[in-house]
Every structure is written in structure tokens, then in C-alpha cells.
Design a binder for this molecule. Structure first.
Ligand code: ADP
Length: 439
């Protein structure tokens, strides 16, 4: 079986967010299951990897004939192809996004027309229009429902040379994601619980009605972790490497972490590594931080994002210098030391399609205190590998921390470390889905 993935980003070539992790690891995991993948991406100027020229592609865009240079590379045994639709396009999501990804989608369809493959797997709105043009068996995966590829109908007509049909229109505008949801053979998102949640007005981002109408072809498959990279037994960022039988070494990591941050060495540490956006719910934490600290914990936060939240946590760190540490940075080494040194890991997300951080935390024996939503609810077992709380509110966060402190943490830490968060079973789920479509 040969699957072509179409997406906006993929490691090791270009990364903005979690989509790149998935496109960097799922194709390799599929290969281990006997599914060959080719990954098709836009050629961004910032890609530093050496790419091989592969000739030119003729395609139609904006009602005219165009040519795109095609580039190729191999990584981890997977073939990657890059379509250069705009030599000035330096990085993903650089405006004008709609014009650029529509050009890419049309070029991708032209490229696919010349290929032998069994199935198209399109990811997020950037690849959505390709689903409609390719007219082949297709899986469409929602990684981020917040971005749907919306534009005015007349602009769409200018950028494609065709008027939008009814399936592409949503509330008077073109909605590329909606078009793919209706056209694809199967639709997936990145956890089973999130697949149900997005059919409700609360989580549907305006597309819940459309998602309900395709419920019979919609399912959720969890993302996997790169368990070789995220492994406390081999992690070179940690002062002490450890496994489930040597949790005393993890306690030494905690002492090193607390000493470096000048926090209270006599109290456990609640850690967090996150983007600071509305989705992640850290405004709720800020509101109840004094009460959380009163429970007798340190709080260690690594994260960047909204200026107001960064200011708020910087202020809290000044007010409680012995109890709160905050770094507004993207810092891989520090992230590892928090996963490997904190006692608990806080994730109060308002919504969470899958979430990797909670899986990393469990793998590092750091039980999550997480909101019962999306992939968090599907991966954290309440009272077994962590604590789930229901309410996205300051009271919910406080109750979650309180409940965790009432539990004996060590069995939870151990249980989390034995869970399988690898890509293997999840790649098998995708293979099964592909097989269902093709038979
Ligand atoms: P999302 O993709 O919505 O940001 P995930 O939990 O799926 O959330 O993935 C977040 C990933 O990014 C995790 O690997 C986490 O460790 C990492 N990360 C987030 N913020 C930072 C930061 N400030 N420094 C280092 N790593 C970070």
C-alpha cells in the first residue's frame, strides 16, 4: 500500500507546531506496518536541508497555466517531495496564506495525477482543497480545528479559476476544511474523545453541524510519542537518568531542579511546559495560584505566549521567589529537566485535540493533573496514572491539585511509566482505516 500525505509542515525539514512532529514520525511508523508513504509539502525558502531537484510540474492555478519546481529528499526511509509554487514563500503560514496554500493544493493535485498511489492522506486545511481535486480515496485529518481556511467566494474564484460549489460554502464564505470534511472517505482527528467533542457547539468552532453530518465517517486516532527521544533512561538533558525501578534518581533530579531555581527543597514541585494561550488554560492557574501554593507545593512553569500571562507569571515569581519559578522561553533542555524533575505536571487545557506533554510527563514518571477533555481524557487514567478534573475554572484547577496531593504519587508515577505511548499501535489503527477504505 502506498499513501501520499499532503501537509504544511514536517520534521526534520520545517517545524512550527505539533503537525510537524506527526508528519515526521507517522510515516516511519507506517513503514514498520508495511505501508509506504510519500510526504508532499510546499517548498519554503527557509528549508535548510539539501534537496534534490526533480524537474518541473505543470499545473493550473488562478485560471492560468503555471509551473512549479519539484524537489525531493529522504528522511528515515521516507520520501519527501516539495512543490515550489512561490520562490518568495519563506516559511509556513506566512501571508497571504490562502493564496499560497490554494496554489499548493492545486499543484499537489496536478502532481498526484502523475503518480501511482493508493490513498491520499490530507492534513488540516492547507491540504483540504487537494482532497476535492484529487478524486481518489482519501483520509482527511483534523489536527487543529481552529484554522479552517476561510475566504470570500470571489477571492476563491480568483485564486482557483472556479466558482465555489455549495459544499465549499459555509455561512456565506468559502470554508476549505468543510469542503474536505464532506469530500473525504474518512475523517479523523487526533483522539477519540475529541472526535466526539467537536460535534458539539462548545468545541465545534462553528463546524459542529457539519461534523455531526459526517459522524458515521469520523473517528479519533491518538498521536504517538517518539519514545526513543522521550526516554528518561537515556535522556542526556537530565542530571540523573532513571527508569521505573529507580525513582530515587528522579528525586535527585527534583533536588537539582529546585536548587537551581532557589525554590523550597522541602516541598514537591508542580511543573508545566506549555504555550501560554487561551486553549491551555493557564489564566485559570494564575487566578488560583496563591491557593495552590497554600496546599504546600512549588510551581515551575516554562512557557511563552500571550503577553498578559507572561507578565502575570513573572509577577507571581517575584512575589513568591521561594515557591514560583517562571521562564518565558522555548527551551528544550529546561523542558526535559521539568519533565524529569517535577513531581506532578499541570495541564488545565480548555480543549486539547491530543496533547503530547501529558504523555511525555507520564513516561517520565510525573503524574499529570489534567482537565478531563480531548486527548487528555483519553490518555490519563484518573487515579491510576494521574488526576483528571472536570471544570475549566480556577476552582477546578485547585481541586485537581488538591486531589493529587491526597494520593500516593509513587504508584501513579510507576503506572504511567509502563504505558505504551509509542506510534506502533496508532500507526496500526491508521493502516486498518486505510484498508477499510480500499476494500
Ligand atoms: P501543542 O502542540 O498544542 O502546543 P502538545 O502538548 O501537543 O501541545 O505539544 C507541546 C510540545 O511542545 C511538547 O513537546 C512540549 O514539551 C513542547 N513545548 C511547549 N512549550 C515549550 C517551551 N516553552 N519550551 C520547550 N518545549 C515546549
Amino acid at each position: 500500500m502506498h499513501v501520499v500525505h499532503v501537509a504544511a509542515e514536517a520534521l526534520p525539514f520545517v517545524k512550527v507546531g505539533g503537525l510537524a512532529d506527526v508528519l515526521g514520525s507517522l510515516p516511519r511508523a507506517l513503514a514498520a506496518e508495511g505501508v509506504r508513504s510519500t510526504v508532499l509539502l510546499p517548498r519554503y525558502a527557509e528549508i535548510a536541508h539539501p534537496l534534490e531537484p526533480q524537474g518541473e510540474l505543470a499545473y493550473r492555478c488562478c485560471g492560468e497555466a503555471r509551473r512549479a519546481r519539484v524537489w525531493g529528499a529522504e528522511a528515515g526511509g521516507v520520501a519527501y517531495r516539495f512543490l515550489e509554487v512561490d520562490p518568495d514563500w519563506s516559511a509556513p503560514y506566512e501571508p497571504p496564506e490562502d493564496a499560497r496554500y490554494l496554489a499548493f493544493a492545486q499543484a499537489a493535485a496536478a502532481w498526484l495525477a502523475g503518480e501511482r498511489y493508493d490513498l491520499l492522506h490530507a492534513h488540516d486545511w492547507h491540504a483540504a482543497y487537494t482532497v476535492r481535486l484529487a478524486r481518489r480515496p482519501t483520509v482527511f485529518t483534523i489536527h487543529n480545528l481552529a484554522f479552517q481556511g476561510e475566504l470570500e467566494p470571489d477571492r476563491f474564484e480568483r485564486l482557483t479559476g472556479t466558482a465555489p460549489d455549495a459544499e465549499l460554502l459555509h455561512e456565506g464564505r468559502v470554508n476549505l476544511m468543510k469542503g474536505a470534511l464532506l469530500a473525504a472517505d474518512r475523517v479523523t482527528t487526533v483522539s477519540p474523545r475529541y472526535a466526539r467533542e467537536i460535534q458539539t457547539p462548545e468545541y465545534g468552532m462553528g463546524l459542529d453541524g457539519v461534523l455531526r453530518s459526517v459522524a458515521d465517517k469520523l473517528s479519533g486516532i491518538l498521536n504517538g510519542l517518539d519514545t526513543e527521544y522521550w526516554n528518561p533512561a537515556t535522556d542526556g538533558f537530565l542530571p540523573q537518568k532513571y527508569d521505573a525501578d529507580h525513582l530515587e534518581r528522579k528525586r535527585r533530579n527534583r533536588m537539582t531542579l529546585l536548587a537551581a531555581l532557589r525554590l523550597d527543597p522541602g516541598l514537591p514541585a508542580v511543573g508545566a511546559v506549555t504555550r501560554l494561550t487561551w486553549q491551555k488554560g493557564f489564566d485559570l492557574v494564575l487566578e488560583t495560584l496563591p491557593q495552590v501554593l497554600d496546599l504546600g507545593v512549588n510551581f515551575v512553569l516554562l512557557g511563552t505566549g500571550e503577553a498578559e500571562l507572561e507578565r502575570g507569571f513573572a509577577e507571581a515569581a517575584r512575589r513568591y521567589p521561594r515557591r514560583v519559578a517562571f521562564h518565558a522561553a522555548f527551551d528544550e533542555a529546561r523542558a526535559h529537566r521539568i519533565y524529569g524533575g517535577a513531581d506532578f505536571f499541570l495541564m488545565p487545557s480548555r480543549y486539547e485535540p491530543c496533547g503530547l506533554a501529558q504523555m511525555i510527563a507520564m513516561r517520565y514518571g510525573t503524574p499529570p493533573i489534567a482537565r478531563a477533555t480531548g486527548g487528555l481524557a483519553d490518555t490519563v487514567e484518573d487515579g491510576v496514572t494521574g488526576v483528571l478534573f472536570e471544570e475549566a475554572s480556577p476552582e477546578g484547577v485547585l481541586a485537581g491539585v488538591e486531589r493529587m496531593l491526597d494520593l500516593d504519587a509513587e504508584p501513579l508515577a510507576r503506572a504511567g511509566m509502563t504505558r505504551d505511548f509509542s506510534w506502533g499501535p496508532r500507526a496500526r489503527a491508521y493502516r486498518k482505516l486505510y484498508e477499510e477504505i480500499l476494500t
